[in-house]
Design a protein around this ligand. Structure first.
Ligand SMILES: Cc1cc2nc3c(=O)[nH]c(=O)nc-3n(C[C@H](O)[C@H](O)[C@H](O)COP(=O)(O)OP(=O)(O)OC[C@H]3O[C@@H](n4cnc5c(N)ncnc54)[C@H](O)[C@@H]3O)c2cc1C
Length: 382
């Protein structure tokens, strides 16, 4: 593709956040958009994630974002003209302590007040939803049928292809190496292929976003946190058709439509860690949880095991908005829920940048909240 050294907007990062932002900006009429990806589209966290989608959250902001994203996911195939592999088997949340039951119950009341039809279910109902389940030690279960998962590759490619049809130019294997700033205003980017002058730059670089921000002298309190995840060989369907998740139990497990079971858990202590290695400790701990919760999985083989990065912030909530450098925007810090929020995150930022009123006011996701000590307390995260 022919290199152009001028653009109306440059987006850094070809994961789901960059792709959806590019698509909605172009859909809203912005011309001459360039997306830069240092490796391949979907080669970062997006292509390594569990791809769960849910609206069962504990804060009003996340509930609103979650259900708005679900609304988009449910019609995204038609909108983008490509299959995104959406599967709505629901999320079954498992509580193990009285405090957790109360937290999830409060979350359910909040969700219901916002039109999210989550409900508390008994163990026998939970077993109908998840036939392989043996969670006799659990105290309560909460379920929302519209939750589920989509294919992260198909979804990102669908956004990217639709964006390209609208004129977005995507340069793969092109790294942003500097941010051009003059009079405290962004003027463009430097890359390993040359410079691009642009009046708007959006940092969607996932777990590397803080390094990009630093190029313009902005300190983001983000860090990369390595998370391991594994997938089993395919087994008979119906073992765990919903996403089974517990915050205190530290697991998420789901059977894909073709039979494989995908599952993960958080590393102890949540350390900063950019090394994409895998460990035996994870295999052992995760397999023990699988065998205990879903006894039918005993003896099945692990097909693949990999790691990827959560792009963490101090409150595990995203940063969306402009920084102290004018027209240098960020959409980053999505922790373990950037895939599910991407459709709405891209849409509302694009609305803001093209002079429309965003469907959801995202001003509270401003990165200055950390300096002000205004952390968003979300309980429903693994
Ligand atoms: C194991 C695991 C499980 C997860 N499960 C879920 C889940 O179930 N549901 C959910 O919603 N989320 C989940 N997540 C989180 C989710 O993957 C992320 O929040 C989401 O993918 C973030 O998307 P992104 O586009 O911001 O980042 P990425 O997909 O990482 O994209 C950023 C891109 O920026 C590129 N880049 C970086 N630096 C530069 C540069 N200098 N120049 C050019 N390009 C650059 C990178 O190469 C990368 O491709 C999970 C994550 C992991 C690791």
């Amino acid at each position: 593709m022919e290199w152009k050294n001028r653009a109306d907007a440059v987006i850094i990062g070809g994961g789901i956040i960059g792709a959806s932002t590019a698509y909605y900006l172009a859909k809203n009429g912005m011309k001459n958009i360039v997306l830069l990806e240092k490796d391949t589209i979907c080669g970062g966290s997006t292509g390594r994630c569990g791809a769960g989608i849910r609206a069962q959250w504990g804060t009003e902001m996340n509930c609103r974002l979650g259900v708005a994203a679900l609304d988009i996911f449910e019609q995204l195939d038609q909108e983008l003209g490509m299959d995104i592999g959406l599967n709505q088997g629901g999320y079954l949340l498992v509580a193990y302590t009285p405090e957790e039951v109360e937290t999830l119950r409060r979350g359910m009341v909040l969700q219901n007040s916002l039109g999210i039809e989550s409900r508390m279910v008994t163990l026998s109902e939970a077993r109908k939803i998840c036939p392989g389940l043996a969670a006799d030690d659990a105290l309560a279960f909460f379920f929302h049928a519209r939750d589920g998962h989509a294919d992260p590759f198909l979804t990102t490619f669908a956004y990217m292809e639709a964006a390209k049809r609208l004129g977005v130019r995507c340069f793969r294997h092109t790294a942003c190496t500097g941010i051009l700033v003059e009079d405290n205003t962004v003027r463009g980017v430097l890359t390993d292929k040359g410079e691009i002058l642009a009046p708007l730059v959006i940092n969607c670089a996932g777990a590397y976003a803080q390094f990009i921000a630093k190029m313009a002298g902005i300190d983001l309190p983000n860090w990369g946190e390595r998370h391991e995840i594994m997938i089993t060989e395919p087994v008979a369907p119906g073992v765990c058709p919903c996403m089974l998740m517990s915050f205190s139990g530290n697991y998420y497990i789901q059977q894909r439509p073709h039979g494989s079971i995908i599952c993960g858990m958080s590393p102890e202590g949540h350390p900063e860690d950019y090394e994409m290695k895998t460990t035996w400790q994870f295999i052992e701990a995760m397999s023990a949880i699988l065998a205990r919760l879903l006894p039918r999985t005993r003896g099945i083989r692990i097909a693949r095991h990999w790691s990827g990065m959560y792009d963490m912030t101090p409150d595990a909530q995203p940063i969306i908005g402009e920084t102290d450098v004018k027209n240098f925007y960020h959409s980053t810090g999505y922790s373990g829920h950037g895939f599910m929020l991407a459709p709405v995150a891209g849409k509302i930022l694009a609305q803001h940048l093209t002079g429309q009123r965003p469907d959801i006011d995202f001003s509270m996701l401003d990165y200055r909240r950390f300096a002000r000590g205004e952390h968003i307390r979300e309980s429903n995260v693994v």
